[in-house]
Design a protein around this ligand. Structure first.
Ligand code: MEZ
Length: 604
């Protein structure tokens, strides 16, 4: 699919193997204005000469069409505004593919019924159970064994000190840290745009000892953070890794702020004894915000982030030290990249349902809140070279993924004040219990789904809710009775549930389920509900690491030069991760992995 032979400066250009009609595509349209040079630098372009990151091409798109802001303004009257999405400032070519059928990247998770320019049909892809297999929805992940063998036999095309694989929050934090430590770094991303799963993180970042906590008068401690995390993980976490997470969490917030982030809003997540989940003050989702900040910081600090570049193999030398990786570039094909150190920042395997159901058969076919990039390929590569895996069968279902969708209804909605009720309109669990318990409670309901119910106060406070409204996911009514009818629940039961809850809140004690934090009453019309069901959210298991983020082999010895951080690792979260600890993990351990990888590489 990606082995384009030549880009031809004429109409009639066709992608080998594609059913997409030549002559009606974006490239043909543009070539009428002056040949290939309209988009490329010259009129005689070979595929291999197109940089995998497509940066120059995209700069040309921007020259004629304007940047993201201008495009967002122009497309504001569309049924939704794709240029104002949480994907941020990504390559135009991520969606507007010139030589193949254009595709809305949004529909990797959403289901927008919209026809893109030069597309032959409307693009409406993601449903709850779509994109279940490895690589589906992402670009082709099959490996061409012949091309791989040729790349293995050939000399390295490039050499760097540290290669970081995966450009989500972990990868960016690692790459920027390695660069600051003096290493020559390259950040590789298999997808058409960076951001990974982090870009979908809605909730926040757990940290203790921050200025935000001090300002709000929160008396939290490192020991309390550790105790909550260990309790949430059923005591199966690696205590040394948890201590690092807690102790370095506040420094991670300061680091993000130093790069330009705002983390000034504070709330409580499930399983936490204190308000320690930090989020942007304007109520927007944490992931897109920090990815925007990290993208800009990497650019400013000269860290190249090369998209469309999938690492397919990690190579060790005769002494079992890191020697190189083989990259499959979208345009450049398979090539060897020599590196002294590798940081795996490839995320988990929540979108690879074959892997999920192998380790956790009861989750077979379950929807996932993850990005299509979470296919477990980094884990596979590490296991292939002798890494050991830990807690690999622990897969987390998030209790509140929009029913029959792939859209996460953030824990923030419960944290800010929503209650969860069953189809009758009764509460059945402490909404802020840990995710495994909340998911189990929902799955124990006959319909295996639930409703989150809230009012106009929460709608105003949690900006993300407006996004769910925009996606048509909310039921709305001016009375509780009306809302119950819209949900198919019993009005009297829902009225009693909310009256009881408001009374518990006023008395400061939840007599029914012992919920500790009840920030808002639910009594100001209009009232809202959103249907939810559990979906795969986080894979707690992964490669075993040391406190210095070195990947360990099956004898628990570091594999020299191989580092890992974030969801590809196991040990930090035990059997169940607390909400807000993943983003903290990406920053704390991403930074550590980058620093240690640079130190190692520069000592060689
Ligand atoms: O850390 C998370 O996974 C999180 C806070 C998710 C969410 O519900 O927003």
């Amino acid at each position: 699919m990606f082995q384009l032979k030549t880009l031809i400066a004429a109409l009639g250009f066709a992608l080998a193997g594609s059913a997409f009609a030549a002559g009606a595509d974006l490239a043909s349209f543009h070539s009428k204005m002056g040949g290939c040079a309209v988009c490329h630098d010259t009129n005689t372009v070979t595929a291999a000469a197109v940089p995998d990151d497509e940066r120059d091409l995209n700069a040309k798109c921007n020259t004629c069409h304007g940047g993201y802001k201008a495009l967002a303004e122009k497309s504001k009257n569309l049924p939704f505004n794709p240029h104002a999405s949480h994907l941020g400032n990504i390559n135009c070519t991520s969606c507007h593919k010139a030589h193949e059928e254009p595709k809305l990247a949004c529909n990797d998770c959403h289901s927008f019924d919209m026809k893109m320019p030069f597309a032959s049909k409307t693009d409406k892809s993601a449903k709850a159970t779509d994109a279940r297999k490895a690589g589906e929805g992402s670009w082709d992940e099959r490996i061409d064994e012949k091309a791989l063998a040729a790349a293995l036999a050939a000399p390295a095309r490039e050499t760097v000190d540290v290669v970081v694989i995966g450009a989500g929050s972990t990868g960016y934090n690692a790459a920027i840290s390695a660069k600051r430590a003096g290493a020559n770094v390259l950040l590789l991303e298999k997808h058409a745009f960076s951001g990974g799963n982090s870009m979908l993180a809605a909730g926040g970042y757990n940290a203790v000892g921050t200025k935000q906590q001090a300002k709000k008068g929160v008396h939290d401690t490192v020991e309390s953070f550790i105790a909550d995390t260990m309790k949430g993980g059923r005591g199966k976490n690696d205590p040394e890794l948890v201590r690092i997470l807690a102790e370095e969490s506040a420094a991670g917030i300061e680091w993000l702020e130093s790069l330009g982030a705002n983390m000034d809003d504070l709330k409580r997540s499930g399983g936490a004894a204190h308000d320690r989940t930090h989020r942007p003050a304007d109520g927007s989702s944490v992931g897109p915000h920090i990815i925007d900040v990290l993208r800009a910081a990497a650019e400013k600090e000269g860290v190249p982030a090369r998209v469309n570049s999938r690492v397919v193999k990690i190579n060790l030398d005769a002494d079992h030290k890191i020697e190189s990786v083989i990259v499959h570039g979208k345009h450049s094909g398979y090539y060897k990249l020599a590196a002294k150190a590798v940081v795996l920042a490839t995320g988990g395997f929540g979108m690879n349902n074959e892997m999920v159901s192998f380790y956790r058969p009861t989750f077979k076919g379950m929807t996932s809140s993850n990005n299509v990039t979470s296919t477990g390929d980094g884990l596979r590569m590490a296991l292939d070279i002798g890494a050991s895996a830990t807690d690999i069968d622990w897969v987390q279902a998030h209790p509140t993924v929009g029913k029959e969708s792939r859209i996460l209804i953030s824990e923030t909605v419960r944290g800010v004040g929503a209650v969860m009720v069953n189809v009758k309109g009764e509460r059945f669990v402490n909404e802020l219990t840990t995710r495994d318990r909340a998911s189990d409670a929902i799955l124990a309901q006959p319909e295996r789904s639930a409703w989150l119910v809230f009012d106009s106060q929460l709608y105003k406070k949690a900006k993300m809710v407006r996004g769910y409204d925009h996606l048509g996911m909310l039921r709305k009514a001016d009375t509780v009775e009306g809302l119950a009818k819209a949900m198919g629940a019993d009005p009297k039961t829902l009225e009693k549930t909310l009256a009881d809850y408001n009374a518990y809140r006023a008395a400061g004690k939840d007599e029914a389920f012992g919920r500790a934090d009840m920030p808002l009453s639910i009594d100001k019309a209009p009232f809202y509900a959103v249907a939810v069901a559990p979906g795969i959210h986080h894979t707690m298991g992964g490669v075993a690491i040391s406190t210095e983020s070195e990947v360990l082999d099956i004898q628990s010895r570091p594999i020299p030069g191989l580092y890992a951080a974030g969801e590809v690792t196991g040990g930090v979260h035990g059997f169940n991760r607390l909400g807000g600890n993943a983003v903290a993990d990406t920053v704390v351990f991403g930074r550590r992995a980058g620093e240690h990888a640079a130190k190692y590489a520069l000592s060689k």
